[in-house]
Design a protein around this ligand. Sequence first.
Ligand SMILES: *[C@@H]1O[C@H](CO)[C@@H](O)[C@H](O)[C@H]1NC(C)=O
Ligand SMILES: *[C@@H]1O[C@H](CO)[C@@H](O)[C@H](O)[C@H]1NC(C)=O
Ligand SMILES: *[C@@H]1O[C@H](CO)[C@@H](O)[C@H](O)[C@H]1NC(C)=O
Ligand SMILES: *[C@@H]1O[C@H](CO)[C@@H](O)[C@H](O)[C@H]1NC(C)=O
Ligand SMILES: *[C@@H]1O[C@H](CO)[C@@H](O)[C@H](O)[C@H]1NC(C)=O
Ligand SMILES: *[C@@H]1O[C@H](CO)[C@@H](O)[C@H](O)[C@H]1NC(C)=O
Length: 150
Amino acid sequence: MHLCVLLAWTLWVSGSHSAPMKITTASLLENHTAICAEIQKELSADNSTYNGSFDRPQNTSEELCYGKFTKNFISTLKNVSELNKEDCHINKVYKDMKELTTICTKLKPTELPKNCTIERSSFSQFKKALQSVVISIEGWKSCNTIKGSL
Ligand SMILES: *[C@@H]1O[C@H](CO)[C@@H](O)[C@H](O)[C@H]1NC(C)=O
Ligand SMILES: *[C@@H]1O[C@H](CO)[C@@H](O)[C@H](O)[C@H]1NC(C)=O
Ligand SMILES: *[C@@H]1O[C@H](CO)[C@@H](O)[C@H](O)[C@H]1NC(C)=O
Ligand SMILES: *[C@@H]1O[C@H](CO)[C@@H](O)[C@H](O)[C@H]1NC(C)=O
Ligand SMILES: *[C@@H]1O[C@H](CO)[C@@H](O)[C@H](O)[C@H]1NC(C)=O
Ligand SMILES: *[C@@H]1O[C@H](CO)[C@@H](O)[C@H](O)[C@H]1NC(C)=O
C-alpha cells in the first residue's frame, strides 16, 4: 500500500518536472521475504575475505535485539562497501539491509532492550551471523508490529 503511494508520488514528481522517465536503480522488491532471499543469495555469491575485525551479535537468537543488531550490521557493511567499491555483492547486501529497515517496523531499534551483546569477529564469522539473522527475519510472517498496518 505504502509502496504504491510512493510509486505514484515518484511518477507524479518526475512527470511534473517533465524529466525523462528514469528507472530507479533501487531495489523494487516489495516484501521482507524477497529482500531476505536476495541478501542470502548475494552473501553466498560473495567469496571475498577481508582482514580485520568486524562487529557481530554474540547471540543471533536474541530477536528482541534485532533492531540494534541490524543497525550495527548496516554500519559495518557501510564501512566494508565504502572501502571495497568493486565488491558488488557486499554493496548490494548493504543496500538491501537498509531497504529492509524501511519496510520492517520491527527492525527499528527499540529503547535499550536487554542484553544485546556485540563482539568483534573475523569477516567470515560476521557473514555467518548476518546470514543467520537474515534467515530468521525471512521466516517472520510479518515484520510490522503496528497492528493493522498491512
Ligand atoms: C513477496 O514478493 C515476491 C516477489 O516480489 C512474491 O513472489 C511473494 O509472493 C511475495 N510474498 C508475500 C508474502 O507477499
Ligand atoms: C570469486 O568468485 C569469482 C566468480 O565466481 C571468481 O572469478 C573469483 O576468482 C573468486 N575469487 C576468489 C578470491 O576466490
Ligand atoms: C590478510 O592477512 C593474511 C594473513 O595474515 C595475509 O597473508 C594477507 O596478505 C592479508 N590480506 C590483505 C588484503 O591484507
Ligand atoms: C540466546 O538467546 C536466546 C533467545 O533469547 C536464549 O534462549 C538463549 O539462551 C541465548 N543463548 C545464549 C548462549 O546466551
Ligand atoms: C566504521 O569505520 C569507522 C572509521 O574507520 C569506525 O570508527 C567505526 O567503528 C566503524 N564501524 C564499524 C561498525 O565497524
Ligand atoms: C550478556 O550475555 C552474555 C552472554 O550471552 C554474558 O556473557 C554477559 O555477561 C551478559 N551481560 C549482562 C549485562 O547480562
